[in-house]
Design a protein around this ligand. Structure first.
Ligand code: NAD
Length: 508
């Protein structure tokens, strides 16, 4: 029996009025597991209006009370994260340990938001001018929209909503229609944690729901994560409608291996970061940049490790009777699997050397699952489609370069600038790399350099539209507006002279 996955508004499920639904599938079996409501414009307005009503009281709620709710949410999430991981695996396909990892990184942001009081403190200056004091404060925005991609149905929303809620806003989350159930589970958890109804809402749907959020005068800000064309559209549309926007886009992350690197460490890292979550991570390594002198050796080590990977159903049932969990699950949908397989064919045709062909995979899972094994290309050139396209699948492309300088040029010529990594034992080279690359997140002997929650996450170039990164202090600034108050109290000992002063006020 398949489940109906609805919207969530005012603390309860809401089926909406559109009567439009989309199938949700389990990628490991290829079977439909549920159907998700697709909001109409009217449904969206209904949800936004509920959020606007709830925000007024929530924005006035004391910081002590708000953070108590955050702490309760953190405790519940930590205690019950196994349930959420199973939901993620069943709709996304990633293996359970990876789903738990995603939740752990989201929990970090909840923990960061538990301490928001410290970051909402303003400044105070006494006697800025004679008898005049100045202080600053930060106010919530109102209703904010969070629009998230399929690949992290829990973590990406949690990059934003803990901070937004802690800062006194109401949230309307529009999750991906491919794996929408995690959002409803999180909404129920907020209710159990004591968050007033209407402060956290879920609007299910597609472009109709997104457009309603981007254009509604009652939505003050949009946090979007997804592919670059949609990020660009979201940024332009929401900005045109007067909103604050941060729109995180796609990626093509390069990992450079210099000749002095520990090649075993580099090969382990390339395989883990290239094929983890079937390459469906915005911080996945998709291009391995090998300096020619060590390229043969590195490719051999990567290939050897890749051949040991176990592909299968990431859910609990797959571990029963087996000695270990699968390393990599299926691709999220049949259409994505077929698109990636098409790109592998294009790489072959364009002359790249296909070292391992994932289309031949033997997977431990349902016959109709969306399987595709890890794929390794060598001798990839920057004009090939497999280099220029964001594949977003388990395909690792080796580009050979003559020198460090050529590696940096390749990275800086790329349209994206999300993450990159260098593997070396030369501190000077690593230090230069940090400065030389036009990329937002950099790893030194760390292949997936996702910043911890108290720093901010975001790329450069076509990986981010807007200027504010997610979470950390930038997240707090994004979800609040500053006010500066200049005060003069009449003090009998220091009475202003009075009288009319039509000139521009000057300090004295
Ligand atoms: P997507 O762009 O297809 O969808 C993202 C969101 O936009 C979803 O909620 C979807 O419903 C909505 N959407 C899709 N088409 C739309 C349209 N025409 N108009 C309005 N809204 C629309 O992305 P995806 O396939 O779900 O996710 C994968 C992409 O996300 C990859 O490109 C990946 O690199 C990127 N991503 C980036 C980051 C980052 O931090 N930069 C993180 C995760 C994922």
């Amino acid at each position: 029996m398949s489940a109906n996955i609805t919207h969530w508004v005012d603390g309860a499920g809401f089926a909406g009025t559109s009567e439009l639904w989309a199938d949700v599938t389990n990628p490991a079996t290829g079977k439909v597991s549920g159907r998700v409501a697709l909001a109409s414009e009217r449904d969206a307005q209904f949800v936004i209006a509920a959020a606007a009503r709830a925000q007024e009281a929530w924005g006035d709620t004391s910081l002590a009370r708000r953070t108590q709710v955050l702490f309760a949410f953190r405790e519940l999430l930590n205690a019950r994260k196994g349930e959420l991981a199973a939901i993620i695996t069943a709709e996304h396909g990633k293996v359970l340990s990876d789903a738990m990892g995603e939740i752990a990184r989201g929990l970090e942001v909840v923990e960061f938001a538990c301490g928001i009081n410290h970051l909402l403190k303003g400044g105070h200056t006494e006697n800025a001018s004679t008898g005049v004091d100045v202080h600053s404060k930060r106010a919530p925005l109102g209703v904010v929209g969070v629009i998230s991609p399929f690949n992290f149905p829990a973590m990406v929303p949690m990059w934003f909503f803990p901070v937004a809620v802690a800062a006194g806003n109401a949230v309307v989350l529009k999750p991906s229609e491919k794996d929408p159930s995690a959002s409803i589970w999180l909404a129920q958890l907020w209710k159990e944690a004591g968050l007033p109804d209407g402060v956290f809402n879920v609007l299910q749907g597609d472009k109709v729901a997104v457009d309603a959020l981007l254009t509604s005068p009652d939505v003050q800000a949009i946090s979007f994560v997804g592919s670059t064309p949609i990020a660009s559209y979201v940024y332009e549309t929401a900005s045109r409608h007067g909103k604050r926007v941060q729109a995180l886009g796609g990626a093509k992350n390069h990992m450079v291996v210099l000749p002095d690197a520990d090649l075993d460490l580099a090969a382990d890292a390339a395989v883990s970061a290239g094929y983890g979550s079937a390459g469906e991570r915005c911080m996945a390594i998709s291009v391995l940049v090998a300096v020619e002198s060590i390229a043969d050796d590195l490719v051999a080590r990567v290939a050897e490790r890749t051949r040991t990977l176990l592909i299968g159903d990431g859910g609990r049932e797959s571990t029963a009777g087996h000695d270990r969990e699968a390393d990599m699950g299926p691709i999220v949908t049949r259409a994505s699997r077929d698109r990636i397989a098409g790109l592998i064919a294009s790489g072959e045709t364009s002359g790249a050397k296909l070292v391992i062909d994932g289309r031949q995979v033997q997977a431990r899972g349902g016959a109709d699952g969306f399987w595709l094994g890890p794929t390794l290309f060598d001798n990839v050139k920057p004009d090939m489609e497999i280099y220029t396209e964001e594949i977003f699948g388990p395909v690792l492309s080796v580009v050979r370069v003559a020198s460090y300088a050529e590696a940096v040029e390749l990275i800086n010529d790329n349209a994206y600038g999300n993450g990159t990594a260098i593997f070396t034992n030369d501190g000077g080279a690593a230090r230069r790399f940090e400065k030389d690359v036009n990329v937002g997140m950099i790893g030194v002997n760390v292949p997936v350099p996702v910043p911890v929650a108290y720093y901010s996450f975001g790329g450069w170039k076509r990986s981010l539209f807007g200027d504010t990164h997610a979470h950390g202090t930038e997240g707090v600034h994004f979800f609040t507006r500053g006010k500066v108050v200049t005060t003069r109290w009449i003090d009998p000992a220091n009475r202003p002279s009075g009288g009319l002063q039509l000139g521009f006020p000057q300090n004295d």
